[in-house]
Design a binder for this molecule. Sequence first.
Ligand code: SF4
Ligand code: SF4
Length: 173
Amino acid sequence: MVIVKRKQLSLFERLYLPEIFRGLGVTMRAIFRRKITRQYPEEPLVTNAVTRGQPRLVVNEDDTIRCVSCGLCEIACPAYAITIDGQETERFIEREPERFDIDMLRCILCGFCEEACPKDAILMSNELELADTSRQALIYDIEKLKRPVSSLQDRLDYVYKLNNRWQNSSSTS
Ligand code: SF4
Ligand code: SF4
């Protein structure tokens, strides 16, 4: 039989006081350190043109929608989040969406719709927040998706800059 000799603990140690004081020391040091926790939602996330938020439909300055209902974004969407029904229009573009829904619960913010669109009609906005009380309310229809081109201009400029970069690199290769 092996007898293990244990150190006799002092009263100070038996009351866990060393551990308590060590813990308090860690807390006191942390209190005076620079805070790195973001106080969301009072302190919102910083966004810029690179932010790939929720997709939105571009509305021109004359209040017309850019989308010509070609369906490319619907096909490109890997999450099957987009549903489009097209209709004829008297406008020069001839077709526009009668129905354009994006199921935001399915959307994975991949940006494929933006890349597929030949008309720069759908862009990834800097809108990140998504909350509602029902699943149905999170299926955004055309009215919920529309945004004036001015509010998406930064993203549009960024996308053009990226495309120019690709054009330049393919012309030099
Ligand atoms: S961002 Fe991606 S998942 Fe969302 S609608 Fe566009 S293609 Fe679909
Ligand atoms: S948003 Fe663009 S890709 Fe999608 S249907 Fe409209 S024009 Fe076509």
